[in-house]
Write a protein of this length. Structure first.
Length: 94
């Protein structure tokens, strides 16, 4: 995507990423909705420690992406995760 940059600031905020996915999916044209599959690549380097740290909100957002009419296939890629963080990431992938 053009114009996107990543600035490392020391926080891992799953909800912000999931909100952005939903926003992007909502901008698709009718043609795209009917003819293009949706794939999401979720990259993280840790457990959520910013925003809504509880996974309840993240769970709800990912459910919306998976089952909210988007039909998304979600892949996860974790970098240097603990086993607990890896299990959290697994929850959000298809």
């Amino acid at each position: 995507m053009t114009g996107w940059t990543v600035d490392p600031v020391g926080n891992t905020w799953y909800d912000a990423a999931f909100d952005q996915v939903i926003s992007l999916l909502n901008t698709r044209s009718q043609f795209q909705k009917e003819n293009r599959a949706v794939y999401v690549l979720f990259l993280t380097d840790g457990a959520p420690n910013s925003g809504h740290v509880s996974t309840d909100n993240s769970d709800a957002l990912m459910k919306a992406i998976n089952q909210g009419g988007y039909g998304a296939t979600i892949y996860g890629l974790g970098i240097e995760l603990t086993s607990d963080n890896l299990n959290t990431l697994r929850k959000y992938t298809s």
